[in-house]
Design a protein around this ligand. Structure first.
Ligand code: NAP
Length: 236
């Protein structure tokens, strides 16, 4: 990091899985971290597993499909930490994973896009302008290899299409803020052992979160508008 002050990160869906592990790694790199999620008690239990980080850690309720809760979370983090430098859009849902594309009702597509795409847009709408005003920001959109057009199959249609849309949003947001010191990138963490990934996944939480944290702490001359896996650029 090229910071003179302690950077502040907020992570969505931080009560478990990759969101919690990302928070753990950001704390170990010295950042202040706001763990956000839908369930404050679950967040507090998760934060308790991170060890003692004094005043560098806080929890805040934020449901990414509820704009009021996003604005409330921003106000709460501002009160405690003063500002936000790093946003990790990690929260997502995987619905109708094994259903065929035309058997999935529109409502299921909508529910998936509400969280995985529109939720990210709304969170960015609240947090990104202040980063641009401050001239520093890192936004990491946790995407998936399932969203890669280059290798797309019939797997998890709603989820895969939502991640492709998230990738497009990443490119557009990166272009929007390219002169403002805000670097916006997407990441495929690989198939990781979480509630979503299941027990058979080959990758550990530590491996899955590594590139998320790398993108969250990029130097000022780091990449912008890219899609990464294991710290390497991958096809869209
Ligand atoms: P996970 O264990 O299922 O965790 C998902 C997190 O998202 C949970 O904390 C969940 O909170 C939260 N969430 C869902 N809807 C939310 C909402 N409306 N508002 C706030 N939080 C919400 O999944 P994971 O494996 O850690 O996945 C993390 C990210 O990695 C996702 O973007 C996923 O698409 C991506 N990814 C994962 C894998 C993998 O193999 N695991 C592979 C590729 C990409 P609740 O506890 O309240 O439900």
């Amino acid at each position: 990091m090229t910071n003179e002050r302690t950077r502040v990160a907020i992570v969505t869906g931080a009560n478990r899985g990759l969101g919690l592990e990302t928070s753990r790694q950001l704390l170990s790199q010295g950042l202040k971290v706001a763990l956000s999620g839908r369930d404050k008690d679950a967040l507090d239990r998760a934060a308790a597993t991170l060890g003692s980080h004094g005043d560098r850690v806080m929890t805040v309720r934020m449901d990414v499909v509820d704009v009021g809760s996003i604005k409330g979370a921003q106000a709460a983090v501002k009160r405690v930490f003063g500002h936000v430098d790093v946003l990790v859009n990690n929260a997502a849902v995987l619905i109708a994973e094994n259903d065929a594309v035309l058997s999935i009702p529109s409502e299921t597509y909508r529910r998936t896009f509400d969280t995985n795409v529109f939720g990210v847009i709304e969170v960015c709408r609240v947090f990104a302008p202040a980063m641009a005003d401050a001239g520093y920001g890192r936004i990491v959109n946790v995407s998936s290899g399932a969203g890669q057009l280059a290798t797309m199959s019939g797997y998890a249609p709603a989820y895969s299409m939502s991640k492709t849309a998230l990738n497009a949003f990443t490119r557009i947001l990166a272009h929007t803020y390219q002169a403002d010191g805000v670097l916006v990138n997407a990441v495929d963490p690989g198939w990781v052992r979480t509630d979503m990934g299941g027990h058979s996944a080959p990758r550990s939480l530590r491996e899955g979160a590594d590139t998320i944290v790398w993108l969250a702490t990029l130097p000022d001359d780091g990449p912008n508008g890219g899609f990464f896996h294991d710290r390497h650029s991958i096809a869209w």
